[in-house]
Design a protein around this ligand. Structure first.
Ligand code: GTP
Length: 309
C-alpha cells in the first residue's frame, strides 16, 4: 500500500545549498509529495536526468556556489528529457529585475526568502496541478483511443527521436510493420464491434512483447501496427514470437483462407548503422517487406538488414 502511495505521489526536487532551507522545505512538502534533495547544481542535474520521467517540479535556489540556479535551468532546458520540468526559483533577491530575468529564462514561478510556508505550499500545489494537466493532455495527444497504443503521430515523433539517439550511440534500430490478415473479411463476417475487440486483443499482445522501456508499440493505421525496437539486433525474433502469440489467441476467422483463426503478416527491418537518412526510406523498405509477407502467403514475418543504397 505504501509503495502504491509513493508511486502515486508527484515527485519534486528541492535544490538549495543551505541545509536548513532544504530541511524546512522537505518537512513542509514531504507529506504530500515524494521529495528529492540536492545541495548543488551538479547533483541537481544528475538527479533530474535520472528521475526525469517522474519529476514534475524543481524548487531551485538561484544563488548557489559553483553553478547558480540560472545555469542549472539552462542545462535542464537543453536536455530533451528534462526540458519540460517546471521550475520554481527560490531567491533572496527581492528585486524585480532578477525575478523578470528568471521568468524570461522559463521559470514557472518565484518564491522569495525568507520562505513563507503557506505561500510555498500554494505555489507548489498550483504548479503540480498544471504539470498533471499537461501530462494528461500530452497522453491524450499521444495515445490511440481504441487500443491505448501510441498513435501514428507519436510513432513518427518517436521514430525521429529514437533514430537520432541511435545515430549518436551507434545502437541498432529494429523497425516493424504488422498487418492483420483479411481483416475486411473479419469485419464483414463478425461485425465492426467484434473487429474492434480483435484489434484491441492484437494491440495488447503487441504491447506485451514490446516491453523494454524504449520500445514503442503503435497503431500505425486502421488494422496496421508498428514497432520501434532500439538496441534490438534481432527484432525478427521478437516479431516472430508476437506472430505466434496472435495465432495462440485463437480468435476465430472463418472467412480467412490462411488459417481458421486471426493471423498477422509482418515486415521487419534491422537498421545496423542508422545514419541521417530520411525515415521515409526505412518505412518504405519495411512496407515492402510487409507486402512480401502478404504476397508469399500471409501469417509470416519477412525481415531484412537495412543497407544504405
Ligand atoms: N473494426 C474495425 N475495423 C477497422 C478499423 N480500422 C480499419 N478497419 C478495417 O480494416 C479493414 C482493412 O481492409 P484491407 O485494407 O482491405 O485489408 P485486409 O482485408 O486486412 O486484407 P490484407 O491486408 O490483404 O490481408 C477495412 O475493412 C477497414 O474497415 C477499426 O478501427 N475497427
Amino acid at each position: 500500500m505504501l509503495e502504491v502511495l509513493e508511486q502515486d505521489q508527484p515527485t519534486l526536487l528541492i535544490v538549495d545549498d543551505e541545509r536548513v532551507n532544504r530541511t524546512m522545505l522537505a518537512e513542509l512538502l514531504g507529506q504530500q509529495y515524494r521529495v528529492l534533495l540536492a545541495k548543488d547544481g551538479h547533483s541537481a542535474l544528475t538527479i533530474a536526468s535520472r528521475e526525469a520521467h517522474r519529476l514534475m517540479l524543481i524548487l531551485l535556489d538561484v544563488s548557489m556556489p559553483g553553478m547558480d540556479g540560472y545555469e542549472v535551468l539552462a542545462q535542464l532546458r537543453s536536455n530533451d528529457a528534462t526540458a519540460a520540468i517546471a521550475i520554481i526559483f527560490i531567491t533572496g533577491q527581492s528585486d524585480a529585475a532578477a525575478e523578470e530575468y528568471g521568468l524570461r529564462l522559463g521559470a514557472a514561478d518565484y518564491v522569495s526568502k525568507p520562505i513563507r510556508p503557506a505561500v510555498v505550499s500554494v505555489r507548489v500545489r498550483n504548479q503540480i496541478q498544471m504539470a498533471q494537466q499537461r501530462q494528461a493532455l500530452e497522453r491524450l495527444a499521444h495515445v490511440d483511443g481504441l487500443t491505448s497504443l501510441s498513435n501514428r503521430r507519436h510513432f513518427d515523433d518517436m521514430l525521429q527521436r529514437t533514430s537520432r539517439r541511435c545515430m549518436r550511440t551507434g545502437e541498432v534500430l529494429g523497425l516493424a510493420l504488422i498487418d492483420i490478415d483479411h481483416f475486411k473479411q473479419y469485419n464483414d463476417q463478425y461485425g465492426h464491434l467484434q473487429g474492434d475487440e480483435a484489434l484491441k486483443s492484437v494491440a495488447s499482445t503487441l504491447a506485451r512483447h514490446a516491453r523494454r522501456s524504449f520500445d514503442i508499440a503503435a497503431r500505425f493505421g486502421g488494422e496496421e501496427f508498428a514497432l520501434i525496437l532500439p538496441g534490438n539486433s534481432e527484432p525478427q525474433t521478437l516479431v516472430e514470437q508476437f506472430r505466434e502469440s496472435v495465432a495462440q489467441l485463437c480468435i476465430a476467422h472463418a472467412a480467412s483462407d490462411v488459417a481458421k483463426h486471426l493471423t498477422v503478416s509482418c515486415g521487419v527491418l534491422t537498421i545496423t548503422q542508422p545514419t541521417p537518412e530520411t525515415f521515409e526510406k526505412w518505412l518504405q523498405k519495411v512496407d515492402e517487406l510487409l507486402y512480401k509477407a502478404k504476397t508469399q502467403g500471409r501469417n509470416q514475418v519477412q525481415s531484412a538488414l537495412y543497407a544504405k543504397n
